[in-house]
Design a protein around this ligand. Structure first.
Ligand SMILES: Cc1ncc(COP(=O)(O)O)c(C=O)c1O
Length: 316
């Protein structure tokens, strides 16, 4: 495969919060949000192998899909511009003007709005044929950067954390904690761990939206635990979550967003306070980025009806 330039490794930072100190649980955060201003978070790790495959076979461009706040399309558009691929985004719903959509256009991504029914058709076996016909030779990337190529790129997350344990004064750790949307990042970490340290996934979507099945298919049954953390639905925000995020950001200076990292941190707090982690345990929390999507919360969120019509979650 062709070698793409690497982004700088994600730094590992100690996290101090009163509820952690009180429980005697040590947490360090792997700040994937800091690797790049645009190609941020777990998206880079999920895209790397896709980009390498596209480069290896000389694909002129990259096509993928997502919602109008999509972190995945945002990173893809930025990576395309950075590494010389044209990009096409297939968007859920009707045209909308969001900060993310404006960025996609500014980054040179060509957009096609599929409506809601058109977007639901993404699970149909022939879905990509039409697009491959319109964009011959282009590399098609599943929603959220999933699949085997998405999983394999996430092994680098484990490598980067291990290489930096000494910087937080650790020689090892006991567990991982991260948000799960499709479960691809979690599966990549589980496989790279090979059942060494338990991987906890805080579900950003309801449990019946397919994550357990996806993780099972990609990584088997062992080495991880999935926790319900979506608080009533994907991207649903409530006052307790917002207050928790506000307090946490002020206490530790690390930005969170409400869809993935905020909910994952709140779920961690609930587990720590319930005594699930013994004093002295060391946990790596993976900050998976997504901060660009935070801008969408200044606008009226998409209606519940639209979210239901779309089926499953789709601002991945
Ligand atoms: C910021 C952020 N965190 C976490 C996730 C979940 O990652 P995965 O789909 O690999 O479970 C996503 C998107 O999927 C995301 O955008």
């Amino acid at each position: 495969m062709l070698a793409l330039p690497e982004l700088p490794p994600a730094p590992l930072h100690p996290l101090h919060l009163p509820w952690l100190d009180q429980a005697g649980v040590e947490v360090a955060v792997l700040r994937l949000d800091l690797i790049d201003p645009l190609i941020s978070g777990n998206k880079w790790f999920k895209l790397r192998d896709h980009l390498q495959q596209a480069a290896a076979r000389g694909a002129p461009g990259l096509i993928s899909l997502g919602g109008n706040h999509s972190n995945h399309l945002h990173a893809l558009a930025a990576a395309g511009q950075r590494f010389g691929f044209a990009t096409v985004g297939l968007l859920r719903g009707e045209p909308r003007d969001t900060p993310t959509v404006r960025d996609l256009q500014a980054l040179g991504m060509r957009l096609h709005w599929l409506g809601y029914a058109g977007y639901r058709a993404r699970h149909h076996p022939d879905f990509w044929l039409t697009w491959q016909h319109s964009y011959p030779g282009w590399h098609c990337i599943p929603e959220g950067g999933g699949g085997a190529a998405g999983v394999s790129g996430c092994a680098l997350i484990v490598e980067q954390a291990r290489a930096q344990l000494a910087t937080v004064g650790w020689d090892d750790h006991d567990a991982w904690w991260l948000p799960a949307g499709t479960g691809t990042t979690l599966a990549g970490i589980v496989l790279a761990e090979a059942s060494g340290r338990i991987v906890h996934g805080a579900l950003a979507v309801p449990r019946d939206h397919g994550v357990p099945e996806t993780v099972h298919a990609l990584a088997g049954t062992d080495g991880y635990v999935l926790h319900d953390a979506c608080r009533g639905g994907f991207a649903k925000v409530d006052d307790r979550l917002l207050a928790f995020m506000d307090t946490t950001e002020r206490q530790c200076g690390m930005p969170l967003e409400p869809v993935y990292t905020g909910k994952a941190m709140l779920a961690l707090r609930e587990q720590v306070e319930s005594g699930a982690f013994a004093p002295g345990m060391r946990v790596i929390f993976v900050h998976t980025g997504g901060l660009q999507g935070r801008r969408g919360y200044a606008q009226a969120p998409e209606s519940d009806e639209a979210q239901c019509q779309s089926g499953r979650h789709s601002i991945l």
